[in-house]
Design a protein around this ligand. Structure first.
Ligand SMILES: C[S@@+](CC[C@H](N)C(=O)[O-])C[C@H]1O[C@@H](n2cnc3c(N)ncnc32)[C@H](O)[C@@H]1O
Length: 402
């Protein structure tokens, strides 16, 4: 289909009751009711035991050829499924990610791959670098194979049997290779296999601000470390998950990211990691108690500095500058670079409050750059950064008029 004649997917939604596709709004053309494209088969929906509206009803949507060689199943509402259709188009994947995809994973013999998935002592399988990566270089690009609306998993709208039926359908409809790979993923406990695979390996993503869990077959093999050498970001408009080096990585090094929020203290991390059912044996957790306590106290102090900077007007500009320096030093010592996104934002506000407009400009520019880096171009704080630029423009205007 040429672009202009493509159905306007976002404007089409499934009318579940009549099992026909009706157009809700927009100018595009919707496909025929008998054509379930882009899905490979008719969406399968659950009858809810509750009398709420069908718009909230969860269905399975499967595309059996997604990104060339893998399938994708979604369990979500019809409207949310319609909203992702555009992003499933291969033309959405930028060349830089295509190249990366071609370079990574399991290669033909003789070709150099970026990483390998193999057993690592004490942690099951893991991802190990097969070549060097410099800081901020992309290590892995992966696309989801299964996406499930979080509320479908957690709410009591459906019976356990109904949930199992929908999840089994979502996996059964995938190509054999992916089906096997999902069933071969790590599981922290012995409950319902698909649900457990999802709980152990799922990445939290948002579709139209609604939380979902996504499974990535290679991405799921990245183990946890409290001082990781990588981070991941997800781009909704092309469904790409990238694992990116947080610092230089050498050949043979295991690739890790943090499952718990960065900046947590030892006890907080232990609690957060309970959901995965393992005791973390990373270098930071197994270091001597004195060193671990020292790390905890730096992390607690960092949070205190963040809070204090919230009252910049009261502190005055000299104290603000001192606290910014202290925060930067703590972040460096604790290797918490991704936290800089929030800190630069806080510094920018503090500089605006104390009328240090030149410094505010530099801090906003840094916050802007780092949000894109760590959160991707479509990060969740685009509005927050725009507001900061606006606040700066207004403050500069006021200064100019005075
Ligand atoms: C998302 S999977 C990671 C890949 C997994 N190792 C595998 O074999 O497929 C999460 C599971 O890996 C193991 N794991 C991850 N990080 C670990 C760590 N730092 N220490 C011990 N086990 C870890 C735990 O069993 C955890 O439930």
């Amino acid at each position: 289909l040429s672009h202009s004649h493509r159905p306007d997917w976002a404007a089409c939604s499934w009318n579940i009751h009549n099992e026909i596709l009706t157009r809700q709004s927009g100018q595009g053309t919707c496909p025929l009711a008998s054509d379930w494209s882009p899905w490979s088969q008719k969406p399968f929906c659950l009858e809810s035991s509750k009398e709420d509206d069908t718009a909230q009803q969860d269905c399975v949507f499967t595309m059996s050829a997604f990104r060339g060689n893998q399938g994708l199943s979604l369990i979500t509402t019809a409207d949310l499924a319609a909203s992702v259709v555009e992003s499933l188009d291969d033309s959405r994947v930028p060349p830089v990610l295509r190249r990366q995809l071609a370079n990574s994973g399991q290669q033909q013999p003789g070709e150099r791959s970026a990483y390998e998935i193999r057993n690592v002592p004490g942690r099951g399988k893991g991802v190990v670098a097969k070549r060097r990566f410099s800081k901020h270089q992309i290590i892995m690009v992966d696309f989801p194979v299964l996406i499930i609306r979080l509320d479908f998993v957690n709410n009591d709208r459906y019976t356990q049997r109904q949930k199992r039926r929908l999840m089994e359908t979502s996996v059964r409809q995938l190509p054999t290779e992916q089906r096997r790979a999902i069933m071969g993923l790590a599981r922290s406990s012995g409950g319902e296999p698909i649900l457990e695979a999802l709980r152990t390996n799922g990445f939290g993503i948002e579709i139209e601000a609604v939380q979902h869990l996504a499974l990535f077959l290679n991405g799921s093999r990245v183990n946890h470390n409290c001082r990781p050498n990588s981070f991941w970001r997800f781009t909704n408009s092309n469904m790409a998950m990238e694992v990116v080096a947080l610092r230089d990585v050498s050949v043979g090094e295991e690739i890790t990211h943090s499952y718990a929020p960065l900046g947590h203290t030892y006890e907080e991390r232990k609690r957060a990691l309970q959901a995965w059912g393992f005791r973390c044996n990373c270098a930071l957790c197994s270091t001597r108690t004195v060193e671990r306590d020292l790390s905890d106290s730096r992390r607690e102090r960092l949070r205190e500095v963040h809070l204090t900077l919230g009252q910049a007007e009261r502190l005055g500009s000299q104290r603000v500058a001192e606290l910014v320096r202290e925060a930067m030093s703590l972040i460096e010592q604790e290797e918490l670079d991704p936290q800089l996104v929030e800190y630069y934002q806080q510094f920018a506000k503090a500089y605006l409050d104390t009328n240090h407009l030149e410094r505010a400009r530099l801090a906003i520019a840094e916050a802007d750059r780092l949000w894109r880096l760590y959160g991707g171009e479509e990060h969740e704080n685009v509005d927050g950064i725009r507001e900061l630029w606006q606040a700066l423009a207004e403050a500069e205007q006021d200064a100019h008029e005075e």
